[in-house]
Design a protein around this ligand. Structure first.
Ligand code: CO
Length: 129
């Protein structure tokens, strides 16, 4: 079952400049930075209540985030829902006709298991569990 929005993923060109914006303009504190090899990104995390902001900067031209930036510019890249049963959640989405980007969950940032639904089958929002 989905319990909450875990985080919003935001694609940015420069992690340093964007972290500075969140810290100085919004007064939030960057809690953690991490490079995620599997997605070819550097991330920075902020907490906003129970929800997080995940800034994503590409580390390679091949990164899905590099492609997103090229096409859309900076902005919201995905919405991540926290679920207590990722396999069941993926099955429910697949059974209802959603296209899965990942059939099997894989290890994402902070060692959490994650998987994505394709935005073409989610009314435009890249969806992460
Ligand atoms: Co995410």
């Amino acid at each position: 079952m989905i319990k909450k929005i875990d985080h919003l993923g935001i694609a940015v060109r420069s992690l340093d400049e964007t972290v500075k914006y969140y810290e100085t303009a919004l007064g939030l504190k960057c809690e953690k930075r991490e490079e995620v090899e599997s997605q070819k990104v550097r991330t920075a995390f902020f907490s906003v209540g129970e929800t997080h902001i995940e800034l994503l900067e590409p580390t390679s031209e091949e990164s899905p985030i590099a492609k997103f930036l090229e096409k859309n510019g900076e902005g919201i890249h995905h919405v991540a829902f926290y679920t207590d049963d990722i396999d069941g959640q993926l099955k429910q989405a697949a059974d209802s006709g959603c296209r899965l980007i990942h059939e099997q969950p894989f290890e994402g940032a902070a060692g959490k298991m994650v998987a994505f639904l394709h935005p073409k089958s989610t009314h435009g929002v890249l969806t992460e569990f």
